[in-house]
Write a protein that binds this ligand. Structure first.
Ligand SMILES: O=C(O)c1cc(=O)[nH]c(=O)n1[C@@H]1O[C@H](COP(=O)(O)O)[C@@H](O)[C@H]1O
Length: 275
């Protein structure tokens, strides 16, 4: 089954557009685990188990594992997600982007070492930095397009006077991803929930691509505006929330609290689609 098939199936099975982001920070763990990087797997597995029937995708952020020498725990977590939530695709948030030969190694890391279904990439180095990931037919690759952070303006909102029609850089990325770069239909785009007007613009330029949309929850993005701007019957959205779910409670009830927060976010997204 391809990544896109998995996304569709998870959306239907769980009735959800919510991506549960796994950004484990031991300093924010509940008292019984606090500060212990050896418990990253335990913490994340509890979150996965509590939200497996609520998520359209899981998105582990690789830096939160690598920073704590916890790559083996990430491997174990990937296996756990496969067995506890086999119907939920996993997007490895790695934001890679490098020359082709190095990108080949990163692609091996994402798809063979970790067994991810999709990966996040920076398109900044051009098509040959993306191409190695497309060799893995059926896997997904989300290109950063209009990111959720304020500094995204610095480059992404610059006008490209050399390109006919003079698009902004993020608009150009959206066109490339919907068109010439999408050789095997594997590409999606990352657009921040903090910029609904830009989500709408990206959706107009890329009507059928899946959009990974982080920024609801801790970053304050507007879930209703996000769904209105991005969701279309032929264009899926995967709306990520990480810290608001992971740290919904600082106590030992953290998994129950994460479940309650995930239900709340899932339902808000659902209601926005129906509105
Ligand atoms: O690619 C991403 O996932 C991403 C892109 C973006 O524009 N903004 C953004 O916040 N992210 C990631 O999405 C997650 C957001 O986390 P919360 O703000 O805690 O919900 C983090 O893992 C970020 O690295």
């Amino acid at each position: 089954m391809t990544f896109l098939d998995m996304l569709r199936q998870a959306e239907q099975t769980n009735g959800s557009m919510l991506c549960v982001g796994l950004d484990p920070d031991p300093a924010r763990f509940p008292a019984s685990l606090k500060g212990d990087a050896g418990r990253i797997f335990d913490f994340c597995a509890r979150i996965v188990d509590a939200t497996a029937d609520l998520a359209m995708a899981f998105k582990p952020q690789i830096a939160y594992f690598a920073a704590h020498r916890a790559e083996e725990q990430l491997e174990k977590l990937m296996r756990h997600m496969r067995s506890a939530a086999p119907h939920v695709p996993v997007i490895l948030d790695a934001k890679r982007g490098d020359i082709g030969s190095t990108a080949e190694q990163y692609a091996i890391e994402a798809f063979e070492r970790y067994g991810a279904d999709a990966v996040t990439l920076s398109p900044f180095m051009g098509f040959d930095s993306v191409a190695p990931y497309l060799q893995y037919h059926g896997k997904g690759a989300f290109l950063l397009c209009r990111t959720s952070n304020p500094g995204g303006d610095d480059l992404q909102n610059q006008r490209l006077s050399s390109v006919p029609g003079e698009p902004l850089l993020y608009e150009h990325v959206a066109r490339l991803a919907q068109g010439p770069w999408n050789l095997n239909g594997q590409l999606g785009l990352v657009v921040g929930a903090t910029y609904p007007a830009e989500i709408e613009r990206v959706r107009a330029l890329a009507p059928t691509l899946p959009l990974l949309i982080p920024g609801v929850g801790a970053q304050g993005g507007d879930a209703l505006a996000t769904v209105k701007a991005g969701w279309r019957p032929e264009g899926q959205i995967i709306v990520n929330s990480s810290r608001a779910i992971l740290y919904a409670s600082a106590g030992d009830d953290f998994a129950d609290a994460a479940r309650r927060e995930a239900i709340k976010t899932r339902d808000t997204l659902r209601a926005a689609r129906a509105a």
